[in-house]
Design a protein around this ligand. Structure first.
Ligand SMILES: CC(C)(COP(=O)(O)OP(=O)(O)OC[C@H]1O[C@@H](n2cnc3c(N)ncnc32)[C@H](O)[C@@H]1OP(=O)(O)O)[C@@H](O)C(=O)NCCC(=O)NCCS
Length: 174
């Protein structure tokens, strides 16, 4: 989706992603550690990252923000809703961060802000996260952001043609 609004947290500014971010994004989208549990493979060149940015922006059911540090304006990751289902008023969280900035609470800070934005601004009734069954850091992010474990979804996705189990977490509007 194009022209996303800014969202501020204590340490982060979530802002519209643009092609100018491709370099900082490629720094981590090219790292196999980052995509280990994801549906995409490490990007092989900058062009692939640029294509990903364009596809995010052209997809009206996707909202992916540039996640930047307020103090330095450095881009540390990209995150938001991988899918917004407007008819069902449901959002699916999706994010990836540069390993240089892992384990500092940034993904949790972002996810809490997205949950707030999803319920209050997008009028969603359910926000969910579907993650590879072994993705412990992502499970922690979802739990710390108030989402609750619901179920294991067997053979839910294919990663490099191999079926893998996922865990689904959710939070619903009260
Ligand atoms: C998942 C991801 C976004 C988390 O980002 P982050 O900014 O490091 O997350 P946070 O710092 O908010 O929280 C991570 C938590 O996982 C914990 N953690 C990290 N590695 C762990 C491990 N191997 N075992 C147990 N806990 C672990 C951290 O200690 C932290 O928990 P704590 O705050 O209770 O100490 C990041 O690891 C990432 O980009 N991974 C690759 C992409 C990805 O998997 N995205 C998720 C798609 S569903």
């Amino acid at each position: 989706m194009k022209n996303l609004p800014k969202i501020e947290t204590k340490r982060l500014l979530l802002r519209d992603l643009s092609l100018k971010d491709a370099g900082q994004m490629y720094e981590y989208t090219s790292n196999p550690i980052v995509s280990k549990y994801l549906l995409w493979n490490p990007h092989l060149d900058l062009e692939e990252t640029k294509e990903a940015i364009v596809s995010y922006k052209n997809n009206d059911s996707m909202m992916q923000w540039a996640i930047t540090l307020k103090k330095t304006e450095i881009l540390i990751g990209v995150g938001g809703f991988g899918i917004i289902n407007s008819q069902m008023r449901k959002g699916d969280l999706g994010y990836s961060f540069n390993p240089k900035y892992w384990n500092k609470g940034y993904a949790t800070e972002m996810t809490k802000a997205l949950v707030n934005y999803g319920f209050n601004e997008l009028n969603l009734v359910r926000i969910q996260g579907v993650i590879h069954v072994n993705n412990i850091p992502s499970a922690k992010v979802l739990e710390k952001s108030g989402l609750a474990f619901e179920a294991i979804l067997k053979n839910w996705m294919l990663i490099n043609k191999k079926p893998v189990d996922t865990k689904i977490y959710s939070i619903v509007k009260k």
